[in-house]
Design a protein around this ligand. Structure first.
Ligand code: PEP
Length: 263
């Protein structure tokens, strides 16, 4: 279902009125985690300033340590919904458990399946039935074929509104949090009709890498990027070191706007 075979053109996925794929270069931005209404609203303002059409933000955070901030849960979803009311930006947010799909879908505009859950088949099937577009991150240890098979689980439940997201894979390299597999962009686009975007924040794990990796993603033909921003990363409860700050926004806007028109 997700294979390029039998599809003459590549798909465009719509999140409310925002297209991902086709001739569009879509920017999704926002905080890694929803912390407070003020932080979320300020992050949304930053995202919009950077040219983002969609707001990202996690209310359910899959953390490596059980002692790390796990997200605000439904309270966070309510904050996201209020922020959408104020800004008009549709919301992309992660769901980590099949049992939470109904509640997350009742607030979100797009459901995100994170790297750690790429092969959580019960979750894939549940999001396939939720009636919303899905952002499917590549598992950090997954081959491109396994990633596409994960998308197939979603599609098999009747949902073809899937956007693939390359977010870095595990390699021997320690200088970056993950290694951005830039070749995954053209390879996945050749094998599948689904749009492919890149997460330069979770791949590099460092603020100073986000703009160079965004440039690389756009140059490789990605259909969009998903980027962390935060008004005060030093106080962020999750992944502060990779969040772009106010001073970076103009450059991000420039990278996403001018570079994509040159492609
Ligand atoms: C995220 O986007 O918030 C996230 C946790 O990403 P990943 O699943 O790629 O680590």
């Amino acid at each position: 279902l997700v294979s390029r075979e039998n599809h003459v053109s590549r798909s465009v996925v719509r999140v409310r009125d925002v297209p991902i794929g086709g001739d569009h270069m879509t920017v999704i931005a926002g905080p890694c985690a929803v912390e407070t209404p003020e932080q979320t609203l300020e992050s949304a303002r930053m995202a919009a300033d950077a040219g983002a059409a969609l707001l990202r933000g996690g209310a359910y955070k899959p953390r490596t340590s059980p002692y790390a901030f796990q997200g605000l849960g439904e309270e966070g979803l309510k904050i996201l919904a209020e922020t959408r009311e104020e800004t008009g930006m549709p919301i992309v947010t992660e769901v980590v458990d099949a049992g939470d799909v109904e509640v997350v879908a009742s607030y979100a505009d797009m459901l995100q399946v994170g790297t750690r859950n790429m092969q959580n088949f019960a979750l894939l099937q549940a999001v396939g039935e939720a009636g919303l577009p899905v952002l499917l991150k590549r598992g950090m240890n997954a081959t491109i074929e396994e990633w596409l098979m994960a998308a197939e689980y979603i599609a098999q439940r009747g949902n073809l509104d899937i956007v693939l997201c390359e977010r870095g894979i595990r390699t021997f390299e320690k200088a970056t949090r993950n290694t951005l597999d830039i070749s995954a962009v053209p390879v996945a686009q050749e094998l599948s009709h689904l749009p492919v975007i890149v997460d330069p924040s979770h791949s590099g794990g460092k603020r100073n890498l986000v703009l160079p990796l965004s440039r690389a993603a756009i140059a490789a033909g990605a259909d969009g990027i998903i980027v962390d921003v935060h008004p005060t990363p030093e106080t962020a409860l999750c992944d502060g070191p990779q969040a772009l700050v106010e001073e970076d926004l103009a450059e991000l806007r420039d990278v996403a706007g001018t570079l994509s028109t040159l492609m």
